[in-house]
Design a protein around this ligand. Sequence first.
Ligand code: FEO
Length: 383
Amino acid sequence: MVITDDIRYVGVNDHQIDLFEGQYIVPNGMAYNSYVILDEKITVMDTVDVHFTDEWLGNIKNVLGDKKPDYLVVQHVEPDHSASISAFVNEYPEAVVVANAKAFEMINNFYRIDFGDKKLVVKDGEEFSTGAHTLKFVFAIMVHWPEVMFTYDSKDKVLFSADAFGKFGALDVDEEWDCEARRYYIGIVGKFGMQVQNVLKKAAELDIQTICPLHGPVLKAPLEHYLAQYNTWSSYGVESEGVMIAYTSVYGNTKKAVEILAKELEDLGCPKVAVNDLAREDMAECVEDAFRYGKIVLATTTYNGSIFPFMREFIEHLTERNFQKKTIGLIENGSWGPMAAKIMKDKLANSKDITWTENNVRILSSVSDENIEQIKALAKELV
Ligand code: FEO
């Protein structure tokens, strides 16, 4: 695949993987992207997952023919991008591996490779010429690991953005960018909003026409939409107007309350009501929705002196990702000693800028007439 006159795609699609990073379902697979920059000196940008090393080396050979790469730039040491470094070094022993000091430390921890003198340590902001192209390394610490750096090619105005702007899904499956990019971002980088904001500020100083991420499609100008989405996600802003309801239900009574609330919200003109059954839907989709909307309702039962496990897990996913800037309403259910609302509130006590609704709902086993009035009041307050 041709990206620009001098840049070629040499990545691979993975349809074998069951769980990305051991936790995320990827129904449309995953792409591990890698690129070659053709110049006086030839540069390969990152490697791929260990299961695709041969295919990747074959892709490089298809592009280069008899020529050999001079450099391998390693922007990120997570094994989905670094696991083929050893194979590359064996195949091209004259090539120099370019990375920052932290990355070399991590490569050593993972792979114990002795690069000898075929190693170039670069610093933040350092520039590096391959002939007609100048590559500038822009450190992107904690997007998503501490060694991560972006690489800007000022000749072709291309930003190699490591994991940033990536998404779930292989490249041979056609699907919209936003949904799987959002699930990927919130799941994997969601905690590091401040660091993403910092790197977006650095990126704003560059004239970027193309973004080459390590996952997902190459993004071409106009790039405003992708940059705006990243700005919203990393600033914990509201992407979509509406209300997200996350619930668990044991015998259907909490679910009934949620359905009444959803109908009430729709009748009041709420632009979107996103209802998520935490026990049955992909947890990463539920988490993504909680970050997407500004207004959230959490509905669960009191269970073993705490709350239902799926809700406990859900709230942990939120808080560990710096969940903040939300309006939250609560529906609790408990047959003899409801305490779910208090527990949910306590679990979110350290989240910043949370507005709790004045109207909440306390169900004693099944939905009562009084509960219906409480639900209507909550709906009214949210809309
Ligand atoms: Fe795609 Fe953080 O590795």
